[in-house]
Every structure is written in structure tokens, then in C-alpha cells.
Design a protein around this ligand. Structure first.
Ligand code: ADP
Ligand code: MG
Length: 714
């Protein structure tokens, strides 16, 4: 059986035998393109240059031939609008061939550039409606792939989405620009260390967490369907206290799902590598092998789609929300980040010689400076209504951006700090412990799961990203902050060299200064502890507790300058993104409030009233036959009636809060109105309903309860 044509992959089929079979990858290109075109394309790709029209046309022709041979009937430009969800519009591979007849044809240029009706994608005010046109342009760094649906195959061409005047309307364009800026800065820095390379690439591996719920149960819960999280539901008697789910054996039904997900991933070239149970019941993780940040971003988007689609085939609902269930752990996405030269040398990997380690420490300090200078911005990058339920909640890193380096690397930095760099000789470099670095940091046992930025031996792990968020935006800002820091450190290095210092000493001087400057963000302790919050405050680190507070960092001039000066976004493009972040936050809260209102009004409260009525009737009937009633029975009924009454009052308050928030016109005030009035009223209502649910007759409760939703999937 050919796994490419079936979702179920027999265990005997080797992954390498079909990996990427549905992508127009190098293997397919070699087959389909003239030799010189293939060579030229590789060269463009290597250097990260845009394709010339001739080469592009020729590649597009090959792509079309390949896709049609593979059975594709439609094609789509696949892109990442600022909503965060991927967008596609399918076009058939046909054109008129005389009256009433069609033939399969379309031009190569259609593959390279498209013009979707873009007016309904958010532009944050970038594109007036009369100029609604936007263009999608193929990103040759990300291979085209085929998606198999029930109706046939569709060729998906990863594209960048730009406005009529070239404005970036998506998440890909700024990501590509940030990678370019980072590459330029790193290549220039490396030259001083005697390393010549054409490009430096930001690399990323994103570990994705998710929940699975039985679809039949989920269909009875409007909150799971429309808000991707439960908006009410009393906590189960057994949550995750037993911690027996984490890394436990995977149930067959889930394993079947995971295998299908992996087969789908492999076919489109996603290098899925690990799978396991997570901490919470019915929570799981899938992690790929790292790739270039651009590919990793496309692949993570695609992975999220595959997870959702495959789940439905298995009668499951995949929840990517950061906190689907109150009282059990939420889901994140660990974005692992590093830098590699074109030759594949990881710049965050300690070297074998003291000199190589100096270069490693140079890039490590640049990363520390990036986090130090732009901690607030990085916090804002991952701020969302969903992530607010998770950050700082003893299950995810706090909303304070700090970096963990591990005891031994910290020790090296402390030694550098204490040493007098001004008269450091080669011998003293060794004394600082640089020569011993390779052995010490490869010790992977040194882990801190509570830090938002953990250095894990040869990469940073940004652990605060939410599970449903596109990684492109945080990656863009990490790259930008790193590019700026590398540029600055290089300038400082050049200034030291200009004073006649030899390289090692000059580099050490710059590293030492940076280590001292950025010391406040280094934290090795327990990030979940209250003591850290107090300590961070003493250190003056920004602490935006929620999205409303975090979004303010976008407005700061050093945030805007960072992206504008590096050419990643124009001031207008930056403003547009801020606008959209606010809108998305407001919309999410509005949807949640509406869904909860409806569930309370049409499901929960009627059921609770019915329960009260039946109980009252039962008591009346007992009294009628002369049975003396225990005061406890009357008391319970009265207490429940009071609770339901309070819930009804809170429901009225929620409606009023929604009307109020909707009436606020100023963007920032409106965000605040949703984040305070609406959110708080909603939380109180939920709390009341959850209490009432506990005492309602089980058979009357009109939706599956937590116990059922979180029951093991067998
Ligand atoms: P864990 O964090 O669970 O210990 P690993 O360290 O093996 O697991 O890797 C976690 C993720 O980090 C994977 O997606 C992996 O591909 C990615 N990763 C590993 N090395 C790098 C690197 N140099 N740059 C970016 N990501 C990396
Ligand atoms: Mg990890």
C-alpha cells in the first residue's frame, strides 16, 4: 500500500520512504525542472534572494506539471493573514476552451502571484476599502504542498500577502524581513571572529500542546465549539492531582489519532518527531525537528490544521486553546530558537576552544541583551485573551520576562563579571573557565521549567507562547530584538578593536559589559513562586499581568523603533498590528460573553429552575402525606434557589457590561472595558453557575460535565 494515498500508514512502511511525498521539494524539483533552472533556483534559495521572473516562471511550470500528475484539480495561495488563522481560496486548474468546454490550463504567473479578494481580512486600517486589493506572492523558501481532501487534491502554495502599495498584510512578510535583518547582523559580527558565511538563519522547533475531547460530547457544548474553551463547568473531583497522565502510556484511540497526524505531517514534509501525554488529563504534545524559522512557522500552522482535521476523523475535537478547562493545566507552545550559519554551525552551541567559546558568549550575551531591552515587547507578543488564563498561573512561566542559563553557565558569566577584563590575558581567559565550557553546558540535566526564556544547552526555549498562537509574530520580534543586539555588540566590538585591543580581549570586554548590564533578567530560581514576583519588582523588571497591560508595550517608542529601524515593519504597518491585537482581544471576549450568556440563559438556568421545581414538588408531596421534612432539605432548596437567583442577577449584569463595552469607541478604552467589566462579570457568573451545577440533578444538567469531558479516551 502506498501511504501517500492513504491516511493509514502500515507500520512496515518507513517514514523516509514517503516523507515529503506531497511536497514540491528538492527531489520533485530535480525531476521536473530543467537542470540549469534547478541549479539556479537552489542558488537563489541559498542566498535568500528573490527569484528572477524567468526562473520563477520555469519553476512554476514544473510545479504545475507535478501537481497535476499527482492528481491535483485545484490550487490555492496559502497565507497567514493577521488573524492568525491560515487563509486559502481554491481555484480550479481550468480555463475556457471554446464555448461550453474547458481544458486544464493556467499560466505559471498565476502560481507565483495571486489576487485574493482581500477586503475581508483585517488590515488594521492599512487598506482603505476602495483599495481592498491585496496580492499574494509565492515564498520560494517554503515548498508548495498538496492537501488531500474528500473531493480530491489541492495544491497549496505558501505565499506572502501584501497590499496594493507593498504593505505587509500578513505575518510572513515581517518574519522574512526579521530573518533578513538578523542574518545581516550576524554575518557582520561573525566576520570579526574570522568566520565567513553567506547567511545566518534563525532556527525554530515549536513544541505544540493540545487537548482532545470526544466529539459527540463536545458537540453538546456551545462553549467548546465557539470559544474553544469551557466557559462554565464545575471542576472534577479528580483533576490532575494524581499526575498519572504525564508521560503515561498512550491510549490506543489516541495513539491511532497521533499516528494519522504523523502520517499527514510526513506527507507534507513536517518533521514530527516526538509525541507524548502531557500533565493534564487528555492533554498531549507533538514536537517536530527544528527547521528555518520561516518553515517552522508555516509547518506549525499546517500542523494545527492537521491536528484539528484528523481529530474529527477520529470522532474527537482537538482544542488548541491555552486553557480549555479551569482547574487543570493549560497548553503552551515552546518555541525553541537558535541561530545557524549556512554551513549548519549553531552559534548558540559552545565551542571546543576558548576562542570559539568567546564567539558563543558573544551571541549568548546578544540574546540576553535582546531579552533585557525588549522584555516588555516579547511579553506583549504573546499576550492574548487565551494566554491570560495561563501565564503566571503556576503551570506556565510568569508574565515577567527573565532568562535561565543553568548553574554552570551562570558560573562562567559570574567569573567574567568578576574578572578584570581590561587586563585579561589569554591565560586569564582560560582562568575564567571558558576552556571548560563545552563539557559543562552540555549537561542537559540542568533544567528549569518555570522560566520563560530557558537556555537549554544550544538554544533558547521561549516557553510563554500560547498553544493557539501563530509563532510567526513572536519569532519576528525575537529575531528583531536579537538583530538589534548583535548590531550593537558588533559596533562596541569594533570600537574596542579600533583602540588597538586584540580580538579576544575586545570581545571579552564587550561580553563582560553586556553580562553586567543584563544581569537583572537572569533568574535561576522558581519562577512560579511569589517571592520571584517581589524580587522582579525590586529589580525593576516589567510585569504586565494581562493582555490589557501588556499591549501598552507596543506603543512604546523603543518597540516601534526596533521594528522600523531594522526595516521589518513601517510605522503604519506597526500601528496596524497594534490595532488588530486590540480588536482580536475585544472580539474574543465579546464572543465568550455572548456564548456564556446564551448557555446560562437557555441551558443552565432553565435546568436549574426545573431542578428546583422538581425538588419543591417532591417536598410538597412528602409534606402532603404527612412526612415531617428535615430542615436540611428545606435549607438546601433555599440555598440553591438563592444561588440561582444570584446567577440570574449576574446574567443581567453581564448583559449590561457587554452593552457598555460595545458602546466604548476609543480602541484602548474598549479593550479595558472588555478586560475588566465584561471579563470580571463573566467570571462571577461562571462561579455561581459552577456552584449551582454541583447541586443540580445530574440527569437535568443539559450538557456534558467536566468529569465526562476529561474522562480517559478509550
Ligand atoms: P525537550 O525540550 O523536550 O527536552 P528537545 O530539547 O529535544 O526536547 O527539543 C525540543 C524542541 O527543540 C524540538 O522541537 C527540537 O527540534 C527543538 N530544537 C532542538 N535543537 C534546536 C535548535 N538548535 N534550534 C531550535 N530548535 C531546536
Ligand atoms: Mg521543551
Amino acid at each position: 500500500m502506498n501511504p501517500a494515498s492513504s491516511a493509514s500508514c502500515p507500520a512496515s512502511v518507513k517514514i523516509s520512504g514517503y516523507f515529503g511525498c506531497n511536497t514540491f521539494d528538492d527531489r520533485a524539483m530535480r525531476e521536473k525542472l530543467p537542470k540549469d533552472v534547478h541549479k539556479a533556483f537552489r542558488e537563489f534559495q541559498r542566498k535568500g534572494l528573490p527569484l528572477t521572473p524567468d526562473i520563477a516562471r520555469s519553476v512554476a511550470h514544473g510545479m504545475k506539471e507535478w501537481a497535476m500528475e499527482m492528481g491535483a484539480t485545484h490550487f490555492t495561495h496559502w497565507f497567514l493573514p493577521m488573524t492568525g488563522a491560515t487563509a486559502e481560496k481554491h481555484d480550479a486548474f481550468i480555463t475556457w476552451d471554446g464555448p461550453g468546454a474547458v481544458i486544464e490550463r493556467f499560466s505559471g504567473s498565476q502560481l507565483i502571484q495571486g489576487e485574493p479578494d482581500a477586503s475581508s481580512f483585517p488590515s488594521g486600517g492599512l487598506r482603505a476599502t476602495f483599495e481592498a486589493r491585496g496580492y499574494t506572492a509565492w515564498d520560494p523558501a517554503s515548498p508548495a504542498f498538496l492537501v488531500e481532501g474528500p473531493g480530491g487534491k489541492t495544491l497549496c502554495i505558501p505565499t506572502a500577502f501584501v497590499g496594493y502599495h507593498g504593505e505587509a498584510l500578513d505575518h510572513k512578510v515581517p518574519l522574512l524581513r526579521s530573518m533578513e535583518a538578523l542574518s545581516k547582523a550576524a554575518v557582520a559580527a561573525l566576520a570579526h571572529f574570522g568566520v565567513t558565511t553567506a547567511r545566518v538563519t534563525a532556527q525554530c522547533g515549536a513544541e505544540q500542546e493540545y487537548f482532545l475531547v470526544d466529539l459527540k460530547l463536545a458537540l453538546q457544548r456551545p462553549d467548546l465549539l465557539f470559544a474553544s474553551r469551557s466557559l462554565l463547568g464545575a471542576r472534577p473531583p479528580k483533576g490532575q492531582e494524581m499526575e498519572d497522565h504525564y508521560f503515561g502510556s498512550i491510549k490506543d484511540r489516541v495513539l491511532g489519532f497521533m499516528r494519522d497526524v504523523e502520517v499527514e505531517c510526513y506527507k507534507v514534509g513536517i518533521p514530527a518527531k516526538t509525541r507524548h501525554n502531557e500533565v493534564a488529563p487528555n492533554q498531549f504534545e507533538i514536537a517536530p525537528i527544528f527547521e528555518s524559522a520561516n518553515l517552522a512557522s508555516d509547518h506549525n500552522q499546517l500542523l494545527m490544521e492537521i491536528l484539528k482535521r484528523t481529530a474529527e476523523k477520529h470522532g474527537l475535537l482537538c482544542l488548541l486553546h491555552e486553557k480549555p478547562f479551569a482547574g487543570v493545566n493549560g497548553s503552551g507552545k515552546h518555541v525553541n530558537w537558535s541561530l545557524a550559519t549556512e554551513e549548519g554551525k549553531n552559534l548558540l552551541e559552545p565551542g571546543r576552544t576558548p576562542e570559539q567559546n568567546l564567539q558563543f558568549l558573544f551571541f549568548l550575551s546578544a540574546a540576553l541583551r535582546a531579552i533585557h531591552r525588549h522584555g516588555g515587547l516579547l511579553r506583549a507578543a504573546i499576550a492574548s485573551a487565551g494566554n491570560d488564563h495561563r501565564l503566571g498561573a503556576n503551570e506556565a512561566p510568569p508574565a515577567i520576562m527573565s532568562a535561565f542559563l543553568g548553574g554552570q553557565l551562570n558560573h562562567v558569566l559570574e567569573a567574567i563579571e568578576c574578572g578584570n577584563a581590561a587586563d585579561a590575558s589569554e591565560k586569564r581567559l582560560l582562568d575564567f573557565g571558558l576552556a571548560r565550557l563545552p563539557q559543562v553546558v552540555k549537561d542537559a540535566t540542568d533544567r528549569n521549567r518555570t522560566s520563560p526564556f530557558a537556555f537549554t544547552g544550544n538554544k533558547f526555549e521561549f516557553r510563554a507562547v500560547g498553544s493557539s498562537q501563530p509563532i510567526a509574530f513572536p519569532l519576528t520580534l525575537i529575531n528583531a530584538a536579537a538583530a538589534e543586539a548583535i548590531q550593537e555588540l558588533t559596533q562596541e566590538l569594533e570600537a574596542e578593536l579600533a583602540q588597538g585591543k586584540e580580538l579576544n580581549l575586545a570581545a571579552l570586554t564587550v561580553i563582560r559589559k553586556t553580562v553586567i548590564d543584563t544581569k537583572v533578567i537572569r533568574f535561576e530560581g522558581n519562577g512560579y513562586a511569589d517571592a520571584w514576583r517581589e524580587e522582579a519588582e525590586r529589580r525593576g523588571l516589567p510585569h504586565a499581568r494581562d493582555t490589557v497591560a501588556a499591549l501598552g508595550s507596543f506603543e512604546q517608542s523603543d518597540s516601534r523603533d526596533l521594528v522600523v529601524n531594522l526595516g521589518i515593519l513601517t510605522a503604519e504597518e506597526w500601528e496596524a498590528r497594534i490595532h488588530i491585537r486590540h480588536e482580536q482581544y475585544q472580539k474574543t471576549l465579546a464572543i465568550e460573553a455572548q456564548v456564556l450568556r446564551e448557555m446560562a440563559e437557555t441551558m443552565a438556568i432553565p435546568a436549574l429552575l426545573e431542578d428546583l421545581r422538581l425538588r419543591a414538588e417532591a417536598l410538597k408531596a412528602l409534606a402532603a402525606v404527612g412526612i415531617e421534612l428535615s430542615p436540611a432539605l428545606r435549607g438546601a432548596l433555599a440555598a440553591q434557589a438563592q444561588l440561582v437567583g444570584q446567577a440570574q442577577e449576574q446574567l443581567v449584569a453581564l448583559k449590561a457590561a457587554m452593552v457598555f463595552a460595545e458602546s466604548v469607541t476609543d480602541l484602548h478604552d474598549r479593550t479595558r472595558a472588555f478586560g475588566t467589566a465584561v471579563k470580571q462579570t463573566q467570571e462571577v457568573l461562571r462561579d455561581l453557575l459552577d456552584q449551582a451545577e454541583k447541586d443540580c440533578a445530574a440527569k437535568l444538567w443539559p450538557m456534558p460535565v467536566y468529569r465526562e469531558l476529561l474522562a480517559p479516551l478509550i
